[in-house]
Each structure stands twice: as C-alpha cells, then as structure tokens.
Ligand binder design. Structure first.
Ligand SMILES: *[C@@H]1O[C@H](CO)[C@@H](O)[C@H](O)[C@H]1NC(C)=O
Ligand SMILES: *[C@@H]1O[C@H](CO)[C@@H](O)[C@H](O)[C@H]1NC(C)=O
Ligand SMILES: *[C@@H]1O[C@H](CO)[C@@H](O)[C@H](O)[C@H]1NC(C)=O
Ligand SMILES: *[C@@H]1O[C@H](CO)[C@@H](O)[C@H](O)[C@H]1NC(C)=O
Length: 597
C-alpha cells in the first residue's frame, strides 16, 4: 500500500508539473522492444519482459536466434525474392503448373501464409493481452498486434511527433487522385465490384457498438451478404419453397425482391419509394449498381442450385435444400476467389489451386476471425474510375450512386460486359483516390487512431518484412518522402494505412510489397479456414452429392454469369488484352460460351 502511494505520488506530481511523460514513467512496451513476435509484458513499475516462447529466438528482446532459426533465416528468401520468382520466368511456371510441384508449392504458400495469422485469435481493440473475453466475444474484430499502450509519450509509441498529421490534409496531399492512372495489371470494374461485394459479407463495422466491433458474426465467407447476417433477416429473404430465395421477375428475368415483398432494412437515400428498394442480404448494396448486379447473379445462382438439388432429392425439405445450396454457394465463392480473384491480383505465374485436401496432412485450424488490420488494408478505392461507362454511355458518380433503375434498365449481361471492359484505377503508390471517395480514406485513418493501430513498421516486422529505414526507401522517390518526413517526423511513426498506400508499387503490380504480404495471410486463412474445407465437411454428401460437389469444384466467374443470363457476355477480372494477341490469353474469356458450359 505504502509502496503504491510512494510510487504513484511522484508520477502524478511529475505529470502535472513537469511534462506529460517524464522518462521514468514511460511504459517500456511503448518502445516495442520485443522482436520476432515476442510478447511484451509490463512488469513492476518500470520493467518489461519479452516472452519469446516458440519464436525461435531468446534474449531480453527476443533478438538472439536459436541455432535452427539462424539456419532458417539464412536459407529463407526474402518476400521480394520469392515475389520476383513467382512473377517471372513464365516458361518455368508453364511446366510447374502441369506437375505435382504445383500442389507442393500451393501447399507451401498456404501454410507459410496462414501460419502468420494467430489461430485461435488473440487480441482485440479492448484487450492488448490474451483474455477469455477477447476469445469469446465475437462482436469484436480481432487484431494481430495489440493496440499502442494508452500511456505512451507519442500517439505511435515513442517515435514521431506528439501530434499526428491532420487526416484530411494527409488524404488531400497524398491520396487524392490528380489524374486517372490505369491499373498496370489490367484490372477492371468487374473485379473492383467483386472485391467490394465479396468483402462486405465480413467487413461490417458496427455503427452502434463502435469501430472495434463487427455486425458480421460469421467472421468469414458465410455469404451473409446474400442471406443476411441474422436469422430474422434470412427468413424475410427466403421464399420457404424448394429452398429458394424470394425474387421478382422483370421481362422473365430474376431480380431481388423489393422491400415490400421482403421486409428488411435497406439503406437508400431518404424519399426512395419502397417499390424501388431491392431487398438483399447486405443492407448497403443499393449504393452501387455493380453491387446489386452481383447480388442478382448470386440470387439466381442460389435458386438454380436449389433446382439441381431438388431434382436429385425430391424428398428434401425446404430447409435442407436451402442449407445445402448455401454450402454449395460458399464453396463456389471460395473457388472463384482463390483461382481467379486472388490469382489475378497476385500476378503469380503459379496457377493457384483451391483444393482443401492439400492441408489435410498438416496442422491447420478450421476457424477464422476477421481482423481490424485486414479491414483497414482492404480499402482499395483507387480501383474506382472517374466515371462509369455502360454500353458506351458515360455516367457520373451522381448518376451512378444509388441509381435504382440502372440494373433493370440495362440488365445483368450489359452491366457485366461493360464492367469487364472498363479499366480500374491504380491503387498503390498514392494519389489514386477519386475526390468523391476521399472521405472514405480519411475515415480509415481516423478509425486507425481511435483503435490505436501500431506503426506501419511494426506490421512490416510482424509479417516477416524488414522495417523501412527512411521515407525515401518507402516511396522510392524524394519529394513525397520529404513531405511525409516533415509531417510524421520519423519513419517509425508512419501509420499503417498511409504506409500501405504510399509504398512504391512492385513492377506490374496493383500494390506495394506490404499490401500483399499482410493481406495474403488474412485472405488465405479466411478462405481455407472455412469449415467446408475441413476433412469432416469436404465430401460430396455435404453438398448434396456428387452433382453439388462438382458445382463447387468446377465453379468459375464465367459460369456464375453465363448459367444465369440468356446471352453470355464477355466476362473477366481484367480488361480484354490488346487484340494483337493470338487468342490464347484469358481462359475465363467468353470465346465460345455456349459450347463451354
Ligand atoms: C532491448 O530493447 C530496448 C528498447 O528498444 C533497448 O533499449 C535495449 O537496449 C535492448 N536490450 C538488448 C539487450 O538488446
Ligand atoms: C500457369 O499459370 C499461370 C497463372 O495462372 C498462367 O499464366 C500460365 O499460362 C499457366 N501455364 C499453363 C501451361 O497452364
Ligand atoms: C461484447 O463486448 C461488448 C463491449 O464490452 C459488450 O457490449 C457486448 O455485450 C459483449 N457481447 C457479448 C455477447 O457478451
Ligand atoms: C440512372 O440510370 C439511368 C440509366 O439506366 C439513367 O437514365 C438515369 O438518369 C440515372 N438516374 C439518375 C438519377 O441519374
């Protein structure tokens, strides 16, 4: 008791009279002393301990490698090296793609990446230490690194200035698009809307509970954006006949029902008449015709799969047909995401493979928890163009946003074709965000401060990359680097999201190294950690038998579209290649659609 009073008194006196952070009061964990994933624990008043258990290192700060670690580090190529190999030497990969080596490498990619994500999850925004509450309360997003301790001398720990740069200023200076730049990988709007549609099933920050909380309690690919994130909403959306979802017909084609037919909350501008509001799982999808287009495709796919299942199982109840169709669609989604979406954005010549059996002989946890950091990094608004071109006609943001008639005016085919042909913007390297969307980026930075995200360089280390030594090294140029240095004062005080966007992009890539190295582990863990990938689930009976299993194992973006429209349009995640090509490129291109299906 006396010891407490004696130690507290000078602290209070000091902080009131002298400066807010006299050296003796600084929480030593504010220095991030523990390296190589060691855990920092404050001990006594001024001390800390690094817990280096199973890190492969020892010593006060977990900096001394054990023998095997030393060897491993020596032999392990840096992320830059294996990224280079995976994106070069196409002839080599053309051989590898057709041999068992493809499986071996895919397995390696999966285990190396997924092992970077703690499972079961560890911290959250209220708990910077392991706790039962953090494990059990799934309303929180998890996080990989604990928050910056509350009592540090600067907002980012001990580095940098006492005050972080104004987020609006940061965004205007470094993130605002001056001139549209094409994405170097040829990414199109079909990809951009897929990204937005897909991720909004698990990125649903709770407005009510605050930025560290999520409304999507499934924490992964549960298709809540199609079926709703709670049972009540799901029941509103269901037809309760043959497993199907409610729908409306326009010119004989299926669209989501209106909120008159399915009474769920949808976000539309005030005054939007109810008969114009479409009802789908995700409440925000009225925002953009591109999102509602995907919602329509998946709705049609669900009802189509229900018919396939009903054919095979005439005795099945509505409930069993619905539940099984949902699992089939989850499988289709993961297949398309791994083999086409991630394939495209990685730029790898290794042909990625969605085969859960690759992981059956290694340790792997079939569970997932969505992390704050994953949500932060997945803001790729640079993809959005300056205007939207539908069948040769240009639409501004004002005309496109919350446009409730465009989807049915044009129909799904026309939108798919137009979005597949329009190039997306470049994301990485800065100055890439359209002025209408800049406020989103400002919001991301503000949120990261409320949540006390650790510095960019701490994340570099956590995801096995070397911390940057200077802003020049980060941006690969002088001018922006100098301006950033001026604002942040220290590269070790640079924030997570600005760091990801301002890092120099890799050649012929959508982003810089850090976006890929931090994003891929979250992504692959989320996809392969789905319960349908577990040995107990991954078998025909789970999906209604051989036919359902086959739908999962052969799913593709093109089939998703072309099995659900009358005329199969051009559909791809990248714009058509210049027609100088001999026609061998883009296997998901609709060359002769009717024969392929
Ligand atoms: C451990 O880290 C602290 C804080 O970064 C540093 O001051 C100290 O010198 C380090 N100690 C050792 C033994 O490396
Ligand atoms: C190998 O996979 C890459 C990436 O999907 C692709 O570009 C390449 O054409 C493939 N080669 C063969 C022979 O399949
Ligand atoms: C999760 O934590 C929040 C914040 O403490 C609390 O409001 C909520 O009730 C908790 N949820 C559950 C299911 O306990
Ligand atoms: C919505 O899109 C249609 C084309 O489908 C266009 O004619 C209409 O003007 C747009 N609505 C608004 C409010 O801009």
């Amino acid at each position: 008791m006396t010891r407490l009073c004696l130690s507290v008194a000078p602290v209070i006196l000091l902080s009131v009279c002298v400066s807010p952070a006299s050296p003796s009061t600084v929480n030593p964990c504010c220095y991030y002393p523990c390296q190589n994933k060691g855990v920092c624990m404050r001990v006594g008043w001024e001390d800390y301990e690094c817990d280096c258990t199973r890190t492969g290192y020892f010593g006060i700060n977990c900096t001394l490698p054990e023998f095997w670690t030393r060897l491993r580090v020596l032999l392990k190529p840096s992320p830059a090296v294996y990224h280079f190999i995976l994106t070069h030497c196409k002839w080599l990969w053309d051989i590898i793609n057709t041999t068992f080596v493809r499986d071996t490498l895919m397995k390696l990619v999966l285990t190396v990446r997924a092992n970077l994500i703690p499972s079961p999850p560890t911290y959250n925004s209220a708990y910077g230490y392991i706790s039962w509450e953090s494990y059990a309360n799934v309303s929180y997003f998890t996080r990989v690194l604990p928050p910056v301790p509350e009592d540090c001398p600067t907002p980012m720990g001990t580095s940098g200035k006492k005050q972080l740069p104004d987020p609006q200023l940061l965004a205007e200076k470094f993130l605002l698009r001056r001139q549209f730049q094409r994405d170097p990988r040829g990414t199109n709007l079909m990809f951009a809307f897929f990204a937005q549609h897909f991720t909004h099933q698990f990125f649903k920050t709770s407005g009510k509970m605050g930025p560290g909380f999520t409304k999507a309690l499934g924490h992964g690919v549960d298709l809540g954006h199609l079926y709703g994130d709670n049972l009540e909403r799901q029941h509103q959306l269901r037809l309760f006949k043959d497993g199907k979802l409610k729908y409306q017909l326009r010119d004989g084609e299926m669209y989501p029902p209106t909120v008159l037919e399915a009474e769920v909350h949808m976000i539309y501008p005030p005054g939007t008449p109810k008969e114009k509001k479409l009802a789908v799982g995700q409440e925000v999808f009225g925002l953009l015709p591109g999102l509602m287009m995907y919602a329509t495709l998946w709705l049609r796919e669900h009802n189509r799969v229900c018919e396939v299942l009903k054919q095979e199982h005439p005795t099945w109840s509505d409930e069993q047909l619905f539940q099984t169709a949902r699992l089939v669609l989850i499988g289709e989604t993961i297949k398309i995401v791994v083999e086409e979406y991630v394939q495209h954005l990685s730029g790898y010549f290794l042909r990625l493979k969605f085969d859960p059996e690759l992981l059956f002989d290694v340790q792997f946890q079939y569970r997932n928890r969505i992390a704050v950091e994953f949500n932060q990094l997945y803001h790729w608004h640079g993809l959005m163009p300056d205007s939207f071109v539908i069948q040769g006609k240009e639409y501004s943001y004002q005309q496109f946003i919350y446009n409730t008639s465009m989807l049915m005016d044009y129909g799904v085919e026309a939108l798919v074709e137009s979005f597949s042909k329009q190039i997306a913007g470049k994301v990485g390297g800065g100055q890439s965000i359209n002025t209408h969307l800049l406020k989103v980026a400002v919001g991301v930075i503000e949120e990261s401060r409320l949540l006390r995200l650790q510095p960019f360089n701490e994340y570099r280390k956590r995801f096995s990359m070397k911390p940057y030594k200077s802003f020049q090294e980060l941006t690969g140029e002088e001018e922006k680097a100098a301006a950033l240095e001026e604002l942040y004062g220290d590269i070790n005080a640079l924030e997570f999201y600005p760091g990801l966007l301002l890092e120099k992009p890799q050649p012929n890539s959508m982003f810089g190294e850090s976006m890929v190295e931090t994003g891929a582990p979250f992504s692959l863990k989320g996809l392969f950690g789905n319960p349908i990938c577990s040995p107990e689930y991954w078998k025909p009976s789970t999906f209604g038998g051989a036919a359902g299993f086959e739908i999962v194992k052969t799913a593709s973006l093109q089939k998703l579209v072309c099995r659900n429209v009358r005329r199969c349009p051009f559909v791809s995640f990248h714009v058509p290649e210049p027609s100088t090509e001999t026609g061998t490129t883009g296997d998901h291109q609709a060359k002769n659609p009717s024969t392929e299906l």
